[in-house]
Ligand binder design. Structure first.
Ligand SMILES: [Mg+2]
Length: 431
């Protein structure tokens, strides 16, 4: 019996954040569009038109203002509420195309299509694209190969070469044809080969994907690591990295932000710390964990060398591991009061939840009140549910404050079109 070769697909949204913005504003199609990072700091997403202008990922916003004006580039603050919701919708749709899906990042996932070959996987890939386009309005490309590393590379080609029409399946190519393609791609495009590795590979005269594919896995293992050995095997069609269908729960959760303007008072810092702790607590409950330690930290702006500097953080243990926002906020604020010093211009604050464990496996504490525990659980569930339906922050602690002077700059943010009833787009019918 012939052994079926694995068929792994990588489905990846094209210019994801920009494409999300375009869904709700089709006038932006074919126009240069970019999205800025938190606090409107630097470029984190670019439309093809912006890429063609040579604007690189990660450049600070202030450095490209003349270019932006000159080319009429449309600039947005990042709208993570929108992107996360669009991502959930896309992933949900893709999950119908295979029982095995690994969500790899906000805009890409692997699918195991082994055993689906009778469907003609290029057609299957086109159906995935058409369905997502129809239901969510986002463009995606599909790369298919015998391993995850191949799928990643196939996806790169599906995006870059119009001849593939958005779907590239390496498994349909003859070995010579595949090698020819590999010889045309530089090795830096391989999954896991960063710029430093690329330089070191160049010293070994490995410049293209084909060069790497033909290298000895054993030699590379010695020169680099077992990871590189695996990459070479994967390029040769041997699947070494299995799909991880359930993301392992995070071992620590961090929420920290730079402020939109310098912060001096304990009141403003308190608001920020409550806000960040609330966000982290939501994530903690989402992954069904409890935390035993809360770390809180504050920082001045280290780039303003002429200003007095002060950075401090404190780890606060909880009486019992938990995930009740009130408990976590209490600990964070205890820490904050102890580290706060007046007279400094603070730039950033954050909290980190540490020593996480599974909520279900939690040991009952010696002084724990079962009734209080049950009450806490149902209260948190109710808050999460209401915020889930009505939009994040519908129910919040008053301590978060109403006017958040410290809040990060997001001067060009679009509405939360899909998650807040009061921000839903309005369609006018002209009759
Ligand atoms: Mg993408």
């Amino acid at each position: 019996m012939a052994v079926t070769r694995p068929s792994i697909a990588l489905v990846d949204c094209n210019n994801f954040y920009v494409s999300c913005e375009r869904v709700f504003n089709p006038k932006l199609n074919n126009k240069p569009v970019l999205v800025l990072s938190n606090n409107d700091g630097c470029v984190i997403a670019r439309s093809q038109e912006v890429k063609d202008l040579g604007i690189k990922m990660g450049v600070p916003w202030f450095k490209i203002q003349t270019l932006v004006k000159h080319h009429n580039i449309v600039v947005f603050s990042s709208n993570y509420t929108l992107y996360a919701d669009m991502s959930n919708r896309v992933m949900q749709i893709i999950s119908h195309f295979s029982p095995n899906q690994e969500i790899y990042s906000i805009d890409e996932c692997f699918l195991d299509l082994t055993g689906f070959q009778h469907l003609n996987l290029i057609d299957h890939g086109q159906r995935i694209r058409a369905t997502i386009k129809q239901f969510v309005g986002l463009p995606v490309c599909v790369g298919i190969g015998a391993s995850k590393t191949q799928a990643k590379l196939a996806n790169h080609l599906a995006k870059k070469r119009p001849a593939f029409e958005g779907v590239c399946d390496f498994n349909t190519l003859e070995p010579e044809g595949l090698d020819r393609l590999f010889s045309e791609i530089e090795v830096g495009e391989v999954w896991g080969v960063g710029s430093r590795t690329k330089k070191r590979l160049a010293e070994l005269s490995i410049h293209t994907v084909l060069d790497l594919k033909k290298s000895s896995p054993k030699v590379l293992r010695k020169q680099f690591s077992v990871v590189m050995e695996r990459t070479v095997r994967e390029l040769n069609g041997e699947s070494c990295i299995p799909l991880e269908e359930v993301a392992p729960p995070k071992e620590q959760l961090i929420c920290s932000r730079s402020f939109g303007a310098p912060v001096f008072s304990l009141i403003d810092l308190t608001q920020a710390v409550i806000t960040y702790t609330t966000r982290a607590a939501e994530k903690l409950r989402q992954q069904k964990s409890v935390a035993a330690l809360v770390y809180v930290f504050i920082e001045t702006n280290r780039f303003k060398v002429n200003e007095p500097q002060y950075n401090n953080g404190l780890l606060v243990p909880l009486p019992e591991p938990g995930n009740d926002t009130r408990l976590l906020v209490g600990a964070a604020l205890t820490g904050l009061k102890r580290i706060y010093k007046p007279g400094f211009a603070y730039k950033k604050a954050g909290i980190m939840l540490n020593d996480l464990s599974c909520a279900d496996a939690k040991q009952k504490g010696l002084f724990e009140d079962a009734e209080l525990q049950a009450h806490s659980k149902s209260l948190m569930q109710a808050i999460d549910k209401i915020n889930g339906i009505m939009g994040s922050g519908t129910i919040k602690f008053t301590g978060e404050g109403l006017k958040k002077r410290w809040q990060a700059k997001a001067e060009r943010k679009t509405p939360a079109y899909t998650t807040r009833i009061d921000e839903i787009p309005i369609a006018y019918a002209i009759g």
